[in-house]
Design a protein around this ligand. Structure first.
Ligand SMILES: [Zn+2]
Length: 264
């Protein structure tokens, strides 16, 4: 009996596979951009051609913990759409409302991780005043350089990274350093029990055609780093047979289940 018991205990200890997945992943609508000229992202290609772009936030449940990946356009845009230098930004639903629909309060979200500090990704960071912000140090140094408007309040809880981070320490959710679009850009790799591996690109590429043709947007801070980061993501996608979800690729967004539905 004692031997059987110890065998069972050993089996339980030897089966960490259960713990190596996140429980749920919710895809949230964090805005829409009607862009005037897609060649901003694909220099010399599709010049003057408009493009419709999604803007996505992702909420991940890991045990009793929540991680929010990107915060989208600021919620105020739901009340008042804005014209930006690149197009017309709208928001069909507020992030706060989508969280409330799930019964999640901003103070329940322990970690907020952002791909980078452009306004369509950090619009609601200040809503999560008590969360720990997971961000590359290189991104903070760049975003808060003198003379630039601050993307969010700097006086807050932050974990400054210098490379990849295994967020929960079990390989289920990993921040990947993928610089190039900005100096401290990052992507997110998530492992789910039924759905398998998913790579959330951030702006490593803006839409499918740019990914397929490895085109580098004119605003990227390093073309060389952009190519290298995409090669890294492509390797991970191939190795893990991961789904590749490109944040601003509208056909990708439209093909996904949206919160309150979820992936598990
Ligand atoms: Zn961007």
């Amino acid at each position: 009996m004692r031997k059987l018991l110890s065998t069972v205990i050993l089996l339980i200890l030897a089966a960490p596979a259960w713990a190596q997945t996140a429980d749920r992943l919710y895809v949230m609508d964090c805005g829409h951009n009607s862009a005037k000229d897609q060649s901003r992202w694909s220099p010399g290609v599709n010049v003057g051609k408009p493009i419709e772009q999604s803007d996505t936030c992702t909420l991940i449940k890991h045990g009793a913990q929540w991680l929010l990946w990107d915060t989208g356009y600021q919620d105020a845009i739901a009340d008042q759409p804005v014209d930006t230098p690149v197009g017309h930004a709208t928001r069909a639903k507020k992030l706060a409302a989508q969280l409330a629909e799930l019964g999640v309060k901003p103070s329940d979200v322990g970690f907020v991780a952002i791909s980078h500090t452009h306004p369509d990704h950090v619009g609601n960071v200040d809503m999560f005043a008590t969360s720990t912000l997971l961000i590359q140090k290189a991104e903070i140094d760049w975003a808060f350089a003198t003379g630039k408007p601050a993307p969010f309040k700097k006086d807050r809880s932050m974990k400054l990274l210098a490379g990849d981070l295994d967020v929960f320490g079990d390989g289920s959710v990993t921040l990947l350093s993928t610089s190039g679009h900005t100096p401290g850009h990052q992507s997110l790799l998530v492992h789910l029990g039924k759905s398998g591996w998913v790579v959330l690109t951030g702006d490593a590429a803006h839409f499918r055609d740019n990914w397929d043709n490895d085109r580098v947007p004119s605003m990227n801070t390093s073309a060389e780093q952009t190519h290298a980061s995409r090669a890294l993501l492509a390797k991970i996608v191939a190795e893990k047979k991961a789904a590749l979800w490109i944040n601003h690729d509208l056909p990708t967004f439209e093909g996904l289940k949206h919160s309150p539905q979820f992936y598990d």
